[in-house]
Design a protein around this ligand. Structure first.
Ligand SMILES: NC(=O)c1ccc[n+]([C@@H]2O[C@H](COP(=O)([O-])OP(=O)(O)OC[C@H]3O[C@@H](n4cnc5c(N)ncnc54)[C@H](OP(=O)(O)O)[C@@H]3O)[C@@H](O)[C@H]2O)c1
Length: 340
């Protein structure tokens, strides 16, 4: 089968190369999927740059997120049959391990989704919502689940009428904007691009701020919330933005600490979080105890509210390097997809 392999000795996108591998066979409880699309997360860029905390030595198939058609099922599989449209969860039982083995992320350390075929334990698959294309479904496992869990799983769920702040217009933030809008929240979003701010507005954003022209963006956030701040911050920036998120959060509001997009050496002062009795939640994709239930609840909301993931651009399998570069250039709004 055709696949893309990343050679970790490279540490550049040029180390993404076409390879031929044997088509994997499904063992007991496993499902072979003809992958149709995969999507890129910032994590995948970070792995390729060699900056992700855990690194691999041997070449591996990258990307954690994908969707495809069931092509064959192993002995004892009850939840899926040939032809089903499926999407995978971010973490999976290792293909050679027992079903009780600890789940690990795809796209390092486990081989990922950027291949014509992949084998998953059935506990690591869900049916694709009828309303979504394969390209749209391939965006869900990491970015959408992270946004969903931040809003509704971590701490107190966001309620209609509350305010939610998203930082930037990448994959996690745009899903959070869509989910928060559907939940009846008032949404505020920052971006370095006025054109992307317009796109966010068209998706339902109530307030937009250019964080490059207004580096102290917490001030307009406070102005536009009558000095109160926001009930939830979707914090994808990390230490470079966290200090301002502490300033922007409302009394007893929450911050989902998700990302590392900014300089890791800064030292944000948490005093305002303390004074406002705010809650800081570390987020790692979806629910730790019930990842599949959380994914299923999100899919139900996507279907009921006709939420369409924002696929900015789709690349072909042989354009994987260009797809990575497009996302690294932050040219995208929402998600970048590779069709397989
Ligand atoms: N903890 C977890 O489970 C988890 C899960 C998913 C992602 N993450 C992390 O969350 C972050 C976002 O991931 P992603 O896949 O959504 O990334 P992405 O799609 O690559 O997002 C990139 C966008 O982030 C925005 N951005 C960059 N620097 C910013 C800054 N200083 N302030 C505000 N926005 C900024 C830019 O938006 P504009 O172009 O609009 O300026 C940029 O286009 C990454 O650090 C990633 O590692 C963590």
């Amino acid at each position: 089968m055709n696949a893309i392999e990343f050679d970790p000795s490279g540490n550049t996108f040029e180390a993404l190369r076409h390879t031929e591998r044997p088509r994997p066979d499904p063992g007991p409880g496993q499902v072979r999927v003809r992958m149709r699309a995969a999507s890129i997360n910032y994590r995948d860029l970070s792995i390729a740059w060699g900056t992700y905390p855990s690194q691999q030595d041997a070449p591996f198939i990258p990307l954690s997120d994908g969707a495809g058609h069931v092509e064959a099922v192993g002995e004892g599989v009850t939840g899926f049959e040939k032809g089903d449209r499926v999407v995978n969860t971010f973490s999976q039982v290792p293909p050679d391990g027992p079903p009780s083995a600890a789940r690990q992320p795809l796209g390092a350390p486990l081989d990922g989704t950027l291949a014509e075929y992949q084998v998953f334990h059935e506990s690591g698959l869900l049916h694709v919502p009828d309303t979504l294309s394969m390209e749209e479904a391939a965006t869900l496992p990491c970015a959408a689940q992270t946004a969903w869990h931040t809003l509704f799983g971590a701490g107190r769920p966001v309620l209609p009428g509350q305010t939610v702040l998203m930082l930037g217009t990448g994959g996690v933030s745009i899903f959070a904007l869509q989910f928060a809008t559907a939940a009846g929240a008032r949404t505020l979003i920052t971006s370095s691009s006025d054109e992307k701010r317009e796109r966010a507005r068209a998706l339902g954003a109530d307030e937009t701020i250019n964080y490059e022209r207004t580096p102290d963006w917490h001030e307009p956030i406070l102005d536009r919330t009558d000095g109160r701040g926001v009930d939830c911050v979707v914090e994808v920036g990390g230490t470079g933005t966290l200090g301002r998120s502490f300033q922007a959060v409302a009394p007893e509001g929450k911050i989902g600490l998700i990302g590392v997009l900014t300089d890791a050496d800064q030292n944000p002062n948490p005093q305002m979080l303390m004074q406002r009795r705010g809650h800081l939640h570390g987020i790692y994709v979806g629910s730790i105890d019930h990842p599949r239930d959380s994914f299923a609840a999100m899919n139900a909301a996507i279907e009921a509210n006709d939420i369409r993931p924002v696929v900015d651009r789709t690349f072909a399998l042989e354009e994987a390097q260009a797809a990575y570069q497009y996302q690294a250039d932050q040219a995208h709004f929402g998600k970048v997809v590779i069709s397989i």
